[in-house]
Design a protein around this ligand. Structure first.
Ligand SMILES: OC[C@H]1O[C@H](O[C@H]2O[C@H](CO)[C@@H](O)[C@H](O)[C@H]2O)[C@H](O)[C@@H](O)[C@@H]1O
Length: 607
């Protein structure tokens, strides 16, 4: 059985990522890319679906673990009656085949160790043909080949490679797994120590680009490293999370594949990267966007593959039982075919931010913006599926309309501030028309709050973003009323739901319930700060820091009662929420965030 979601740490090489639990078991790894089939899929089944355990022979949970400094090298340590031992796990950033390096180091005494590796290609379905070559192992099936280089002799039995060995203080035993397409030659295995040193140098160099002088520095750095690790380096596309089908509702059907690039999520990531000095990633994402979204603007998708591919058909992996029985396990995502109006706004806002941050101009960026605006002019008044990707009836979601407003607003600014040419009068008129309609049809004057959609009784955490995009100022009574109503109605045990699944007769069209949404709770931090309730904002932020796992990682949702993490992990949305809230609470506002959480009135309670 898989570990708790919060028990997993992530290592990655900017093309894919592995999840390692607190017992030293790698239960998730897709090769060669995030969205490739997994060769270790025990996360969504059991060890027979593929895993690689390396730890003391007694099999206990580690005593402690941490990342080595500001890197993605995971150090897991055990204190046992026989002595202490450390396993360092890493995936060196690569330009060729994928390597996974595991180095065992004796710290004290002499510790009996055991490793068992079951490679199962094709998401746990395909048991490869195993052959031994000296102390090494070759595993081949279909398009995949993997080679395990070990410093100790391996035993092959029942489709598993295992080894029992003892490591004394000062000794090192290394294992290296390399993957390549099966028709290609075996790549040269890396030297494990050099691979660790290279990984360490890479991350130290990368984090050296950080420009952040606010509070909670450690948490911000770890979140940014996690975001960087979710960016697919060859193309600049950013994955929403490293996994598929970790459930939002344990035992339920709310299981989705997040190993794709959502324009919305990526736009949020871009904000936090731009706000902390990482211009290269922002430029790479813009180029990815220009390629992925090229073509007919009517065909703009809300998400694409990491290489920009459009077709992401959703299907079930019936042989995997799912995380704690949460079935189906899905790959692909049918939400890719949805109409989510907000995405036009987020994309145009992200391109606007990139321009304002003086990322090297690209003429096709404005051409793309013009095409997107032409589409939006014709479709902003249509009902849509909204940012929560509901699978129920389309509605006039307030957040979607506000993002249409933001799109026209940024277009006007592009002309006014940056001298670009376009039908600015028409955009001004549309901007004002959308604004008036939202204030009239999306605001419930009796309750003093904006609502989830026109005429809805339900509320929605995305309403907290209205002042952040500049739709209304923080001190507008309608904003204050909305923040208070959302907090009142959507808070569960101190954290925020994204919406109430039972409101309006079941808005999302899905059975079951779900946990509280981590990103939305960070948005509430921003909103409380924005309306001048700074002390409460800080308290909530600290509470959120407390639900990160021991490695600083956050999944998508939480069960607020048990504290268990839910949903895919680690999730970009959640880590963006952390970075942005820390920046806002610290008063760190980059010049180009005109509507960021700069409180309209001073936070009197802050002392
Ligand atoms: O809960 C229903 C939907 O859940 C997923 O969408 C969520 O994740 C996306 C990626 O982080 C995010 O952009 C979106 O706002 C979230 O609601 C899932 O991908 C959808 O298929 C599903 O309908």
């Amino acid at each position: 059985m898989a570990s708790r979601i919060e028990d997993y740490g992530m290592i990655g090489d900017l093309r894919t990522a592995a999840l390692v639990d607190a017992h030293g078991s790698i239960d998730w790894l897709c090769l060669p890319r995030f969205d490739s089939p997994a060769c270790f899929a025990a996360l969504l089944g059991d060890e027979e679906h593929g895993s690689w355990r390396l730890g003391p022979a007694t099999g206990e949970r580690c005593t402690r673990r941490r990342y080595r400094g500001d890197t993605l090298i995971l150090e897991t340590e055990w204190d046992t009656p026989d002595g202490s031992v450390r396993v360092s796990d890493a995936m060196p950033p690569r330009d060729g085949a994928a390597d996974l390096v595991r180095v065992v180091e004796g710290l004290t005494g002499s510790v009996p160790m055991r490793t068992v590796m079951r490679l199962r290609f094709g998401y746990g379905r395909v048991e490869p043909w195993l052959r031994r070559r000296g102390t090494d192992l070759a595993a081949i099936a279909g398009p995949d080949a993997a080679w395990l280089d070990a410093d100790v002799p391996l035993t092959l039995q029942d489709g598993a490679a295992s080894a029992d060995f003892t490591v004394a203080a000062g000794e090192r035993v290394a294992f290296t797994l390399i993957h390549e397409l099966s028709h290609l030659d075996r790549p040269r295995p890396p030297d494990p120590q050099r691979a660790l040193a290279h990984t360490e140098a890479f991350w130290n160099d990368w984090i050296g680009g950080l420009r952040y002088e606010g509070e909670w520095d450690d948490a911000v750095r770890r979140s940014l490293i996690t975001l960087k690790a979710l960016a697919y380096e060859p193309t600049g596309g950013i994955a929403a999370a490293a996994t598929t089908s970790l459930p939002e509702d344990l035992g339920g059907v709310r299981n989705w594949d997040y190993r794709f690039c959502w324009l919305r999520d990526a736009a949020f990531v871009l904000q936090s990267l731009l706000g902390t000095g990482f211009m290269d990633e922002a430029a790479a994402w813009r180029q990815w966007l220009l390629r992925a979204a090229a073509g007919d603007p009517a065909e703009l998708q809300i998400m694409y593959g990491l290489d920009g591919r459009h077709w992401l058909p959703e299907h079930d992996l019936h042989w995997l039982p799912g995380y704690e029985g949460s079935a189906p396990v899905r790959v692909g995502n049918a939400a890719s075919g949805q109409f989510q109006l907000d995405v036009w706004g987020e994309t145009l806002d992200a391109l606007h931010l990139a321009r304002a941050a003086e990322i090297e101009p690209d003429e096709s960026a404005w051409d793309l913006q013009l095409a997107l605006l032409r589409f939006l002019e014709r479709h902003w008044a249509d009902p849509d599926d909204g940012l929560w990707e509901i699978r129920g009836a389309r509605r006039h979601f307030v957040h979607s309309k506000v993002m249409a407003w933001a799109a026209f607003d940024r277009a006007v600014q592009a002309v006014e501030r940056f001298g670009l040419s376009g039908p600015v009068e028409r955009w001004r008129e549309l901007r004002d028309r959308v604004h008036a309609e939202v204030c009239e049809r999306g605001f419930d004057a009796d309750r003093g709050t904006f609502t989830q959609f026109y005429g809805s009784k339900g509320l929605d955490a995305a309403l907290l973003l209205l002042p952040q995009v500049g739709f209304l100022p923080w001190d507008d009574p309608r904003v204050v009323g909305t923040v208070e109503a959302v907090q009142e109605e959507l808070t569960r045990d101190g954290f925020l739901l994204r919406y109430d699944v039972t409101a309006d007769g079941g808005v999302d069209g899905l059975p079951g319930d779900e946990g509280v949404f981590v990103a939305c709770t960070f948005w509430l931090v921003d909103a409380l700060q924005g309306i001048g309730r700074g002390r409460e904002a800080r308290e909530l932020f600290e509470r959120l820091l407390g639900v990160r796992n021991d490695l600083g990682l956050l999944s998508e949702e939480l069960d607020p009662v048990t504290g268990r993490h839910l949903g895919n992990t680690p999730q970009a949305y959640s880590h963006v929420g952390l970075v942005n809230a820390a920046r806002h609470l610290s008063g760190a506002h980059p010049a180009e965030e005109p509507h960021a959480v700069r409180p309209a009135r001073e936070t009197d309670e802050r002392e």
